[in-house]
Design a binder for this molecule. Structure first.
Ligand code: SER
Length: 343
């Protein structure tokens, strides 16, 4: 039986998955297999060889995947985000850590079958950082990958550990085996800032206040923001998020000086976002009603990241700074999106 060569995308129905499928279909020679807990959006079906509904913890499903497809790359996007993970830490650990381990093992097995490396793209996060207090956050400025790796959330701990697991599979797998052992997994991760998409809303994240504020305004709905005006973290427009993942996937392995990279775009406070939203939607009703606990999480995340290694190793450069993100992507696309929904 000939198995079809494909790229596997887990969490395909999520925010990154939407943009990624749309992008990959235009550039890959492989088919796309989408996997998600929820049925894939109708609009994406036409791009996929298969759209499977199921759980990355389901071994039978993973075995079925192995028997039907020859997997050459995995974009492992499935995860419980930071706010949701605090409510169900055990489930978060299962999905975010055990699920990732399942997929790393699957990548290893696939590489043994077809004899080529399997690229494993992993969206990590600024949540791996844990700044001890606002004073230090302020003086720390743009932080480097190895600084402040003391996350305070379950999600951050999960992401940080999975970065290490991926690095282990790629560089040190079974290092004591008689003849050394190469896992065949080529793991690469980007630590994303808060991502903002014009067409989808995140769910269960702590950086969600930014996209929620913009989408509420576009729909004429009031928005009580759950962090204070001063809260500041880096953000990125979704097209840049897709670009970072795809660019990192494409670069040759010998150019990578590390396996995990910061990627930055722009850093803004919640007030900055409100002001930009008000310029576009002057009638928007935005109030600040901070939830101390959620704001506490945002306070531990850096105000900005130093992404000079990504720039140096694989020419990372965002297309969207704050002005372009709002004026050329978010505001026009969101306006169009909700208009077409109303029409
Ligand atoms: N956006 C994510 C969250 O808020 C962080 O990576 O959980």
């Amino acid at each position: 039986m000939v198995r079809k060569p494909v790229i596997l995308i887990t969490g395909a129905n999520g925010e990154i998955g939407h943009g990624l499928i749309d992008h990959l279909v235009r550039q890959t020679q492989y088919g796309i297999v989408a996997l998600d807990l929820k049925p894939l959006d109708e609009s994406l079906h036409k791009y996929c060889t298969a759209a499977l509904t199921g759980d990355i913890l389901d071994q039978n499903l993973l075995q079925r995947l192995i028997s039907e497809y020859e997997i050459h790359a995995i974009y492992h996007l499935a995860a419980l985000l930071s706010t949701r993970a605090e409510f169900t830490p055990d489930t978060a650990h299962q999905v975010n850590v055990e699920g990732t381990l399942n997929l790393l093992k699957l990548a290893h097995e696939q590489s043994r079958w077809h004899g080529n490396p399997v690229k494993f793209l992993f969206p990590s996060s600024i949540a791996v950082y844990g700044l001890p207090n606002l004073k230090i956050k302020k003086i720390a400025g743009k932080i480097k990958e190895y600084q402040y790796n003391q996350p305070t959330t379950m999600y951050g701990c999960n992401k940080l550990y999975c970065e290490q697991l991926g690095r282990y599979f790629t560089m040190h797998y079974r290092q004591l085996a008689a003849e050394g052992h190469c896992s065949g997994v080529d793991f690469r991760a980007v630590r994303f800032p808060g991502l903002i998409s014009a067409v989808t809303l995140p769910s269960g994240g702590t950086s969600d206040y930014a996209p929620e504020m913009i989408h509420a305004a576009a729909q004429g709905q009031p928005y009580p923001c759950f962090v204070s005006e001063e809260a500041q973290i880096p953000f990125m427009a979704m097209p840049d998020g897709i670009k970072a993942l795809v660019q990192l996937a494409d670069v040759s392995a010998d150019r990578l000086s590390q396996r995990v990279y910061n990627v930055g775009a722009f850093s803004v406070t919640a007030r900055d976002i409100r002001d930009r939203v008000l310029l576009a939607f002057p009638g928007a009703e935005i109030t600040f009603n901070p939830d101390t606990a959620r704001e506490g999480i945002v306070s531990t995340w850096p105000a900005d990241v130093d992404d000079s290694l990504a720039r140096q190793d694989w020419n990372w450069q965002p297309d969207y700074d704050a002005d372009r993100a709002f004026h050329e992507y978010l505001i026009p696309m969101i306006t169009k999106y909700y208009r077409s929904k109303l029409a």
